[in-house]
Design a protein around this ligand. Structure first.
Ligand code: 13P
Length: 341
């Protein structure tokens, strides 16, 4: 592996008109998603569901990479090929979530720090040998009364940077994900302030840990009104606030910013991404997506665990992928929502 490989992988993940599917739900999270559609979470249902997504014909036109969970990286499709082979066969880059989840931060009620650094170097080496070419680590920052604290932001920034440095050393492109949560009654201005503080701390830590900016991607939240704030900022305001915050914090050496959807509706996540890409003026980085819920929700609802629904679910996934592909180019419009794939 060479530095060139990592930069080339990062560039491939933010190729024009494409983005990342986050399908890395941990056991607890996928159980919650399946509960919503009345499906029990077993190794087999999880395998069938991921099979459905990864074998959707045409999706590779819009999906550059897929983030897998440990179990999924080791599973195979119904046709016997490993999921890694299924993805690689379509030119889709396989990636892996490597953090062990956000745990309560001692002495800081309501705040969390992400764990998983112990033994990470060995796990990364194994993941690379299994075919992964990029890795993701998610930190969560909550907004509330008196929070986030500087301690919480600092502890999470440090862990993100340690993860990123270890990933590059192991030959994997790090996707650095500091997520400022949208839950709460805060304004969009407060979200901008917290996002800015979080990103500054994160890039400071990345510098201290000697992370090569050209060989990573940032996966941040968009700058939004809190879910309980009224009125909600509109699409143009969200796009302007998000791009302004990113321009203040994200060095031009970073090849791409791949936003998470974070609980936005699928339409809102697509409309926001489109508005940022349609804005006048050049940005120094690609503005892309790495969506979990915003890409999967319609497919999950169509599937409901039934083999008979697989084809409808694939159509729903492809439709969402295509719309986000259009948003990557700033060519999405709401009337495209109705056009069933
Ligand atoms: P959402 O787009 O559903 O926020 O998921 C993205 C992700 O990978 C969270 O870690």
């Amino acid at each position: 592996m060479t530095a060139h490989d990592l930069a080339a992988t990062a560039a491939a993940l933010v190729a024009e008109g494409k983005g990342i599917l986050a399908a890395d739900e941990s056991f607890g999270t996928i159980e919650k998603r399946f509960e919503g559609i009345g499906v029990a979470s077993t190794e087999d249902t999880r395998r069938s569901y991921r099979d459905l997504l990864f074998t959707t014909p045409g999706a590779a036109e819009f999906i550059s990479g897929v983030i897998l969970f440990d179990e999924t990286l080791r599973q195979s499709a119904a046709d016997g090929r490993s999921f890694v082979e299924v993805l690689q066969g379509q030119g889709i880059v396989p990636g892996i979530k490597v953090d062990n989840g956000a745990k309560p931060l001692p002495g800081a009620p309501g705040e969390k720090v992400t764990e998983g650094l112990d033994g990470l170097g060995d796990r990364l080496a194994e993941y690379r040998a299994l075919g992964a070419r990029f890795a993701k680590w998610r930190a969560v920052i909550a907004i509330g009364d008196g929070i986030p604290s500087a301690d919480c932001i600092g502890a999470n920034a440090h862990a993100l940077a340690r993860f990123a440095a270890l990933s590059q050393e192991a030959g994997l492109v790090p996707i650095v994900e500091p997520e400022v949560l949208m839950d709460g009654a805060h304004s969009i201005a407060r979200c901008a302030e917290v996002t800015e503080a979080t990103l500054h701390a994160t890039f400071g830590a990345l510098f201290e840990q000697r992370v090569v900016l050209e060989e990573m991607l940032l996966k941040p939240n968009m700058v939004l009104s809190g879910t309980d704030h009224h009125p909600q900022a509109g699409v143009a305001e969200v796009a302007a606030a998000t791009v302004r915050t990113m321009r203040r914090c994200v060095p031009a050496a970073v090849p791409g910013i791949v936003f998470l959807s974070g609980g936005q509706s699928d339409e809102a996540a697509t409309a926001h991404l489109n508005a940022m890409n349609a804005m006048a003026g050049e940005q120094p980085w690609q503005i892309g997506f790495s969506y979990g819920r915003a890409l999967q929700t319609p497919a999950l609802r169509a599937w409901r665990g039934k083999a008979d629904n697989v084809s409808k679910a694939k159509d729903a996934f492809l439709h969402r992928a295509r719309l986000n592909g259009a948003a990557r180019r700033g060519r999405y419009s709401a009337d495209m929502e109705a056009a069933v794939a």
